[in-house]
Design a protein around this ligand. Structure first.
Ligand code: FE2
Ligand code: FE2
Length: 202
C-alpha cells in the first residue's frame, strides 16, 4: 500500500519503501527485531550526546530529555518482544543506511551548519523509521505485530517533527527548509542504492 498523501506531505520522503520489503521483514523477524532494538538504543544514545554537547541550549535539553526515556522505553519493548518469542538479541550489525547518511553531514562546516545537520539527520532517520513502521503496521499478517509497529510509527512521527522544530528554534526557517530539501534528495539516492534497500527500519 502506498503512503497516503497526508503522510507523504508530513514526512517529505521522496521515495517510498518497496512494498516487498514487508514480506522480507516477515520472514526474518528475529533480524528485524534485533536491528530495531539497536536502532532504538542508538536513538537514545544520540539524544543523550546531543544534550551533552548543546547543554547551553535549554529548549533542546528540555525537549530531548524525555525523548531519551521514550527511545529507551522502545528498546525495552523490542527486547521484551524478542524474549516473548524465544528469540535472542543478537549483536549490533553495521548500518549502511546511517553510515551513508553520515557521509552527507558537513564535517568541516560552521558550528551552526554542523548543528543543523545533526538535527536533520535525526529527523530523517525518524521519518524513514516512521515510514517503515507504517509499512509493517499495514502489511504484516500478524495482527498483534501490526499494532505493535503502529505504536512505534506514531511515536517516531512525533520525534521527526520535534527535530525539525528544534532546528527552527535556533536557526532561520528558510535555512532549515533549504538544507532539509538537500537531505531529502540525498536520502533518496541512499534508499535507491541496492546495497541498503530494505536493510533497516530505524
Ligand atoms: Fe524509537
Ligand atoms: Fe524516535
Amino acid at each position: 500500500m502506498e503512503l497516503s498523501e497526508d503522510t507523504r506531505a508530513i514526512l517529505g520522503l521522496e521515495l517510498p519503501t518497496d512494498p516487498r520489503w514487508v514480506n522480507l521483514a516477515a520472514l526474518a523477524l528475529e533480524d528485524i527485531l534485533t536491528d530495531h532494538a539497536w536502532c532504538e538504543q542508538k536513538a537514545a544514545v544520540t539524544c543523550i550526546s546531543l544534550l551533552q554537547h548543546y547543554s547551553d541550549r535549554e529548549a533542546l535539553v528540555f525537549a530531548l530529555a524525555p525523548v531519551v526515556t521514550e527511545e529507551w522505553g522502545h528498546f525495552r519493548l523490542v527486547l521484551a518482544e524478542l524474549k516473548k518469542r524465544g528469540l535472542k538479541l543478537g549483536r549490533q550489525r553495521k548500518d549502511p543506511y546511517v553510515n551513508a547518511l553520515l557521509a552527507f553531514t558537513k564535517k568541516g562546516g560552521s558550528p551552526d551548519e554542523r548543528f543543523l545537520d545533526q538535527l536533520l539527520l535525526m529527523a530523517l532517520i525518524e521519518a524513514r523509521s516512521c515510514e517503515r513502521f507504517k509499512r509493517l503496521s499495514e502489511g504484516l499478517d500478524d495482527e498483534y505485530l501490526r499494532k505493535f509497529y503502529r505504536r512505534f510509527m506514531e511515536s517516531e512521527a512525533g520525534h521527526y517533527v520535534l527535530f525539525i522544530e528544534l532546528a527552527e528554534t535556533y536557526l532561520p526557517k528558510e535555512r532549515v527548509r533549504s538544507r532539509w530539501k538537500e537531505w531529502l534528495a540525498f536520502e533518496r539516492t541512499v534508499v535507491e542504492s541496492a546495497e541498503v534497500r530494505g536493510d533497516r527500519i530505524h
